[in-house]
Design a protein around this ligand. Structure first.
Ligand code: DX5
Ligand code: ZN
Length: 216
């Protein structure tokens, strides 16, 4: 059984509350909140005020906040205050990852590091002992609806092996192009959490899509 984190980037923003309600009622374990600044990635999504408002509507939900921004450390406190449960940031962004992790922890959130497709698993090694989540991107960050890159499975396997060898306890999450077929490849490679945007919110039946992914 996989944990499922539907990415609300693909939701209908005119009915965001209803979209969240549907997937939570279907058993989604958390909600994935993609923050893009137009600098780290060539797209702009949403930020602190949207999280504040949707968190207020669903205070019990686990808010899985994925920062695709150039200077994550500067925004940790604001996202934590707005209701983030976990904050993940890219190892490729600016700043000392150890300091950003400390800031996330100090703000009372769980911690996550993210690797772009071109970043090797070994880049995560220095942080694995103290991190709650490692997110492997299976597309270039910036847009929903892209095609899954199968090389992510190799990286998941490598990180799962590093976890076993080190005795660390982080969860492995994968994000980008996840559907029933690619999601199974990822859980077989060691992924614990599947992020899915278009496969859930563009589906005829989003609730059924969540349940299908959860069974993988
Ligand atoms: C991409 C985002 C993803 C995106 C996934 O940069 O990090 O979370 O919403 O969308 P799909 O599942 O459509 O690839
Ligand atoms: Zn994401």
């Amino acid at each position: 059984m996989a944990k499922v984190s539907p990415s609300i980037l693909s939701a209908d923003f005119s009915a965001l509350g209803a979209c969240c309600r549907t997937v939570l009622d279907a058993g989604a374990d958390m909600l994935h909140f993609d923050v893009m600044d137009g600098i780290f990635v060539p797209n702009i999504s949403f930020g602190v005020p949207v999280l504040k408002s949707i968190h207020k509507a669903f205070p019990q939900a686990f808010w899985d906040v994925h920062l695709m921004i150039e200077r994550p450390a500067e925004y940790v406190a604001a996202f934590a205050k707005a209701g983030a449960s976990l904050i993940s940031f890219h190892l490729e962004s600016e700043g000392d990852p150890a300091e950003t992790l400390a800031a996330i922890r100090a703000a009372g959130c769980k911690t996550g590091i993210v690797l772009k497709p071109g970043t090797p698993a070994s880049a995560a090694a220095p942080y694995l002992a103290g991190v709650d989540l490692v997110l492997v991107m299976s597309v270039e960050p910036g847009f929903g609806g892209q095609k899954f890159q199968p090389a992510a499975c190799e990286k998941l396997r490598a990180l799962a092996a590093m976890r076993k060898a080190s005795g660390a306890h982080f969860l492995l999450e994968v994000d980008g192009g996840i559907n029933a077929e690619t999601g199974r490849m990822c859980t077989e490679a060691g992924a614990d959490i599947l992020v899915a945007g278009s496969a859930v919110f563009a589906a005829q039946n989003p609730a059924a899509a969540v349940r299908t992914l959860a069974e993988l």
